[in-house]
Structure formats: C-alpha cells, structure tokens
Ligand binder design. Structure first.
Ligand SMILES: Cc1cc2nc3c(=O)[nH]c(=O)nc-3n(C[C@H](O)[C@H](O)[C@H](O)COP(=O)(O)OP(=O)(O)OC[C@H]3O[C@@H](n4cnc5c(N)ncnc54)[C@H](O)[C@@H]3O)c2cc1C
Length: 493
C-alpha cells in the first residue's frame, strides 16, 4: 500500500510527538521548521560554556509520556526524575522558605504557626480537587469534539455538583478552605502555571492541585529537558522522518476544498496528502490561511496568557543556599496579579521563578559555576509594547534575588541572555509573546478552543498549545494522540 504523505509545520513537542505516532502507523512524514533546531518552546541555549533549557523546566502527568512510548512501541528515549519537594516558595518579609512536599503531614508542619488545622484543611481541599480531576479529565481533556453540541453532551456526564466551579475563581475556591495569606498564596500559585492568575482562572483548574500533590507530581529530565527533544529526534531518524530547518510557511494553495500546497518564504511549494499544523493554531489560521475569524481585530479580543521575561545567567560561583526550583513572591499578591496581566508599567518588585539547573544537571555549567534560569510573568505585547527597559527589569530582579540569598551575584555573572516577549514572539510566531498561547477560560476550552481539525480544508489538522486540549507539555502530548486519532479516521478507506 502507498504510504500517505503528511507534512507537519513546526518541530515543537506537538509536531515531534505527532510525527512519531504517525510514522509508526505507516505514514510518510516530513517536518518543516522555521528555526535552525527542533523543540519550539522546549528548547536549549548553549552559551559561554553554559547550557540552559530555555522554556519548560519540569512537567507533570509523566504517564502521558509512557503512553506515547507504548503507542509507538519504543522504550522512552529519556529518563525523568520525580521532584521532591515539588518546589520552594519564598514570600517577601517572611524569613521562612516553604517547601511543597507531597507528604501532607510534612507540608502541614510548615504552616503550624499560620494556618490552624492545615493538614485537615489540605486533605479536604485535595479531596475536592481529586473529584474534579476524576470527573473531567477523560471526559473533557482526553476527548475529541466534533461540535459544540457533542461537547455539551459530554459535559452533561460530569457531576452537576461541580458546576459552581465553572463560575468561581481558583482563588475563591482556595479561600473557602484556607484562611491565612501564606497558605492561600502558596496553594493557588499553580494557577500561574496556566499563564494567567488565580483570580481569573476557573476553580475547575484546582484539579492541578490534585495533579501536583496526589496524582503524579512533577518531573525533570536527566541531562536537561532538551533530552526529550533529542530522544524524540533519534526515534524519528529511525523512522526516516526528514526535518527541513530554517523554512517558514507563509502562504498556501488550495484545490477542490483541500489544501494542495504550503508555500515557504522563498516561494517553494510543499505538497502532501495531509497537513498537520504545529505552529500556533490561532496564529496560523490568521496569518497563513487569512481567516476572518482570526483577523488581527478578532485575535486581539481573544484571551491570551501573559508574556514571560526569561533570562539565563551563568555565574562563576556555587549557590548552596538556593534550592532547585524556587518561587519568589512579594507582599501584594492580588495587586501584583492584576498588574501583570495588563499594566504596561511593571511593578517595581516583580515576582519570579528561579531554577538552578546545575543542581540536577551538573554538565550544564563549568566546574565551580551554576546555570540559573529566571522566569518572570509580564504583560504580553498587547499591553506592554516596549521592552527598552529590559535590562533595568532584569537587574532589579537579580538584585532582589541577591538580597534573598545574601550574596550579590552581579560580580559573578559570566553569561547573561535575555528573552523578552518580543523575542518569544519572533522566535516561534507566538501571538504577542503570550508564552503559553490562548488562555483557558470557559469560552476557550473544549469545543470553543481553535479545533484540531480545519474548518475549511478536510486534510488539515492542528496540534499544540492553542488547540485542544490546551497548553503545557502533557496537554500537547495528549493533543498529539487526539490529532492522530482524527487523521486515522480521515484516512480510513
Ligand atoms: C518560558 C516557558 C516556560 C515553560 N514552562 C513549562 C513547564 O515548566 N512545564 C510545561 O509543561 N510547560 C511549560 N511551558 C509551556 C510549553 O513549553 C508549551 O506549552 C509547549 O512546549 C508548546 O509546544 P507546541 O508544540 O504547542 O508549540 P511550540 O513549542 O511553539 O512549537 C511550534 C513550532 O512551530 C514553529 N513554527 C511556527 N510558525 C511556523 C511557520 N509558519 N513555519 C514553520 N514553522 C513554524 C515554531 O518555530 C516552533 O518550533 C513553558 C513555556 C515557556 C515559554
């Protein structure tokens, strides 16, 4: 039988995992990638003797990788390690560092002075979160929806007692369980992982607390997160999948209701029987297919996640006083959360995340040195358009960090690279540098999210953060299974 040819635009984690599933099913797969190396947001930067993971630094739901490996009949091509504690949290004006242990008793000991009966409250909160997870995960997240009606029919299978969680915020739900500021902030922090804030994220996403503490926890990868990409690339080579780098798709040619060719910047036409788009599902529909529903005006009105200011610092010293994954919060949680979404004037003292990559991956820094990765959520380019002040912001964070760790790290800096939302936008065609893509409000999930099949061309499908089921590595891997199912159905004789 002649193998059907699939052309995938984008070598992000969505493109690579879909390519592997399809190649293993006998499709002839080629990938086109705008950049000089694969991985998309899950990427790597080597500079001045240091190596940094540029995007994700850990992932949850490790079982989706096991499922991917089983589906493809391979051994997982990288090794991951559970994080325990999950992360450390520091709050300004509070000398204590909180460690998020999965052992709830151990976690509770740290709140004994702030939150009476924390352990019971936490167990009760997590029971509810587990219920949400069990009721919704397979029905909503692991399913393909052909129409809004089918989506609503699926939602009707969900326990109606959970309905208020669609209307309540994450923060509101957390405040129903905890009374201290410390517990509320620390437990609701996970909402930021979805690229918004606990105040505008629906309470159904408290299921993430279940994922963090009860279900699977968090993992990083031996040798760095980029080993995921390298592992998948090795498997793709075995399947003769070719990747064309430095090639950006900008136009298309249709024929008889199907997509015939994609055209790259040099004018070269790329043909296939089936096309998979791993570039952002909303951006591609607007910029390449020029669909009115994704015009600039309509895109602006959609809800996007925050931008990220990320920077990668190599220091010529060891930092034994710093943990592996660390959050540094201020003393004005709500005010800060409101500002970082839309206020172009960044707060003087931003909140930020620091990963000391070299704690677990010693090869990424020269001897006696550390590799640090900073992420600071900032307004995306819809709200903060000018990043001429990037160095001021970066050095104010570095100074704040220095204060926290009792060491001025400025004199030890051997390497510094900064990515603003403008850089993220330009590197990966991410809308306005909104680093996690479309947000997950009620009208942008399930059947309301840009679909993983095209509205017009029956031979075009989508995978990645801005299509179903959503953003983050595990969601995108689940998305690669959903889109593969669609392609298999489409290809049935
Ligand atoms: C700083 C940061 C930290 C993060 N941290 C975490 C984390 O800790 N854990 C986690 O699970 N997730 C995290 N995420 C989110 C995660 O990285 C993404 O959800 C995921 O990697 C998205 O994968 P993707 O395949 O959908 O898209 P992408 O990675 O964006 O891949 C799309 C690819 O398409 C290419 N492309 C775009 N347009 C074109 C075109 N026209 N022609 C050719 N190629 C094109 C791009 O260059 C890119 O390589 C983080 C993201 C960022 C930015």
């Amino acid at each position: 039988m002649v193998k059907r040819k699939v052309l995938i635009t984008g070598a992000g984690i969505g493109g690579l995992s879909t390519a592997l599933r399809l190649a293993k099913r006998g499709y002839q797969v080629e990938i086109i990638e705008k950049n000089h190396q694969a991985g998309g947001r899950l990427n790597q930067l080597a500079r001045d003797g240091f190596v940094f993971d540029t995007g994700p630094s850990f992932f949850s739901m490790s079982y989706v990788f096991k499922e991917l490996a089983d589906d493809c009949g391979i051994a997982l091509p990288f090794q991951y390690n559970e994080l325990n504690p999950l992360y450390a949290v520091n709050i300004r004006n509070n000398p204590k560092t909180y460690f998020l242990f999965k052992d709830i008793q151990k976690l509770a000991e740290q709140f004994s002075d702030k939150e009476p009966d924390f352990e019971n409250k936490m167990r009760n909160y997590l029971k509810n979160c587990g219920l949400v997870f069990n009721e919704t995960f397979d029905v909503v997240i692991r399913s393909n929806f052909d129409s809004v009606i089918q989506y609503f029919l699926s939602l009707m299978r969900v326990n109606p007692m959970l309905l208020p969680l669609l209307l309540r915020s994450f923060w509101k739900e957390v405040t129903r369980h905890f009374s201290s500021h410390e517990a509320r902030q620390i437990i609701s922090l996970v909402a930021f992982f979805l690229g918004r804030t606990p105040f505008d994220t629906m309470a159904v996403y408290t299921l993430l607390s279940h994922v963090e503490f009860c279900y699977d926890g968090y993992y990083n990868v031996s040798g760095g997160m980029y080993k995921i990409v390298e592992g998948l690339l090795n498997e793709l080579i075995k399947e003769n999948v070719v990747i064309h780098y430095n090639t950006e798709i900008i136009d298309y040619i249709e024929h008889n209701g199907k997509l015939k060719y994609l055209t790259d910047r040099s004018g070269k036409k790329w043909d296939a029987d089936i096309f998979v788009v791993n570039a952002d599902a909303a951006v591609f529909r607007g910029a390449v297919f020029r669909r009115p529903a994704f015009s600039e005006e309509r895109m602006k009105r959609m809800h996007w996640t925050t931008g990220y200011l990320t920077f990668y610092v190599g220091v010529k010293c060891k930092l034994p006083q710093v943990h592996h994954h660390n959050y540094f919060l201020g003393a004005n949680y709500r005010e800060y959360a409101e500002k970082i979404l839309t206020n172009p004037d960044l707060p003087e003292k931003p909140y930020y995340y620091v990963n000391v990559v070299s704690k677990y991956n010693q090869n990424c820094a020269p001897e006696g040195c550390e590799s640090l990765f900073f992420v600071c959520p900032v307004p995306n380019l819809l709200y903060k358009k000018n990043w001429n002040d990037k160095e001021n912001v970066v050095f104010s964070i570095l100074d704040d960090f220095s204060q926290h760790i009792n060491l001025n790290i400025r004199p030890f800096i051997a390497s510094l690279t900064i990515y603003t939302p403008e850089d993220w936008q330009d590197m990966y065609n991410i809308y306005k540098g909104s680093c996690l893509g479309l947000s997950h409000n009620m009208w942008q999930i399930g059947a309301f999210r840009p679909k993983n099949f095209d509205e017009k061309f029956e031979n075009v499908f989508y995978v990645g953060a801005s299509t179903t089921p959503g953003t983050g590595i595990p969601m995108v891997i689940i998305g690669s299974k959903l889109v593969t199912d669609r392609i298999e159905k489409y290809s049935e004789p």
